[in-house]
Write a protein that binds this ligand. Structure first.
Ligand SMILES: Nc1nc2c(ncn2[C@@H]2O[C@H](COP(=O)(O)OP(=O)(O)OP(=O)(O)O)[C@@H](O)[C@H]2O)c(=O)[nH]1
Ligand SMILES: [Mg+2]
Length: 414
């Protein structure tokens, strides 16, 4: 049985089919497919390196074991990842056997609108050939589009010991950067990740890749910093619920165990909603939320931001004495996110008018500035509203924001 033969087997866990991103689109020659203007992530690498498995596990809820039955990809498969929120892009799965120097490989078209190129290297195999293909791909792609981010997934590391993982990463990094330097391309930056579909590492790596394509990232990070500092929260993630990739987190370092805990919480909430929820068409909706106390004294807090985004926080038990304040601050947070959506939509409309629909892939330049004055205003307005978030010390100065006084227009956020 091939994976394509039985679509009913492709969704595991509790996600109802309707809650996915929709089916993949095989490329039809000469027919521009829907959403071609979205930021594009290319998955490249040798045959059997694990490209299709990664895409299916992260975005289509296929269980890792099911990927054993995947057939080799023989044409470019485009997958539209759109949930009408910040996460909007296409993934193109490029078959391993494709020859960049073939006439039929339209590199201008393929690399031209590309935001990130993920090159997958099978760490359980001899990687010399993969490294030379990486070098070819980077040289070709960089010549056509200098803005592409190059991401190298050192994949299938579940089969390596811890020492071996580090050694393999060091060796691949060294060889890849040396080869690029020899080719006079020292200016090209490669990012390396150790990944496996059998644990959360692939989700974490994909999170980081996707974040680089979200121009509003600095704004989101600022908002998360504000909410954690005002609510005695230790760590906060803004999750895309379907894929469980986090599109932003606060500025404290990410601990893999915390991330896994938050992913597990999403699963629990979806499972509970499926069993006890009242809606048939979706396990996660505008009213979803959960508060879980663990034996260890840690508390997990999840609240929906819109149909596909959730804020998941980790806090100590003594930090949630006043849950009301956390809930109130969350509402302020959600309101601010809505402002970001509105600004983003306006920005997209403006750009469509001027540039005919080109979607920029620039990252905000950090340091609190987003590279866009309108976005900066949103950040500033959020900062100036700092007093609006209630601190746990009891001071509630600066109240009066619209959140408490009126209903938000959630339709804009979905
Ligand atoms: N151990 C292990 N196996 C993996 C991992 N990811 C993928 N695989 C296996 O690798 C094999 C090849 O995976 P595919 O996803 O078909 O590889 P591909 O890169 O799409 O190959 P082509 O379509 O031929 O280019 C499958 O049997 C997967 O189960 C991983 O993280 N760990
Ligand atoms: Mg494949």
């Amino acid at each position: 049985m091939s994976y394509e033969d039985d679509q009913s087997a492709t969704y595991v866990g509790s996600f109802p089919k309707g809650f996915g991103y929709g089916p993949e689109e095989p490329e039809l020659e000469g027919v521009p497919s829907r959403g071609d203007d979205k930021p594009r992530i290319l998955l490249m690498g040798l045959r059997r390196s694990g490209k299709s498995s990664i895409q299916k596990v992260v975005f289509h809820k296929v269980s890792p074991n099911e990927t054993l039955f995947l057939e080799s990809t023989n044409k470019i498969i485009k997958d539209d990842i759109s949930n009408s929120s910040f996460v909007q892009f296409q993934i193109w799965d490029i078959p391993g056997q494709i020859d960049f120097f073939d006439q039929t490989f339209d590199s201008e078209y393929i690399f031209g609108g590309c935001g990130a190129l993920i090159f997958v290297i099978d760490a359980q195999d001899d990687y010399m050939e993969a490294l030379s293909r990486l070098q070819q791909a980077v040289t070709r792609a960089h010549k056509i589009n200098e803005a592409i981010k190059f991401e190298v997934f050192i994949h299938k590391v579940d089969g390596l010991s811890d020492d071996n993982k580090i050694e393999t990463q060091r060796d691949i990094l060294q060889r890849a950067t040396d080869e690029l330097a020899d080719a006079g391309m020292d200016n090209v930056q490669l990012s390396f990740y150790l990944t496996s579909i059998y644990d959360h590492s692939i989700f974490e790596a994909f999170s980081k890749v996707v974040q680089k394509l979200i121009p509003q990232l600095p704004v989101l990070e600022n908002l998360l910093d504000i909410i954690i500092s005002n609510s005695k929260i230790e760590k906060a993630f803004l999750f895309d619920v379907v894929s469980k990739i986090y599109i932003a987190t606060d500025s404290s370092p990410v601990d893999m165990q915390c991330y896994e805990l938050c992913c597990d919480m999403i699963d629990v909430v979806i499972d509970m909603s499926c069993i006890y929820g009242i809606r048939d068409d979706g396990a996660f909706d505008n009213e979803s939320g959960s508060f879980i106390k663990l034996n260890s004294g840690t508390v997990l807090f999840l609240r929906e931001v819109n149909r596909h985004l959730a804020l998941v926080c980790i806090l100590r038990e003594d930090g949630c004495e006043n849950r009301g304040i956390i809930e109130y601050n969350f509402k302020c947070f959600r309101n601010a996110i809505q402002e970001v959506f509105v600004a983003r939509n306006k920005q997209a409309l403006g750009r469509n008018g001027i540039e005919g629909g080109d979607i920029g892939l620039s990252i905000g330049s950090g340091g609190g500035t987003t590279g866009d004055p309108r976005m900066d205003r949103v950040v500033k307005s959020v900062h100036s509203d700092d007093g609006d978030l209630r601190g746990l010390n009891g001071t509630t100065n600066g109240i009066g924001h619209g959140v408490m006084n009126g209903m938000m227009d959630r339709d804009n956020m979905d």
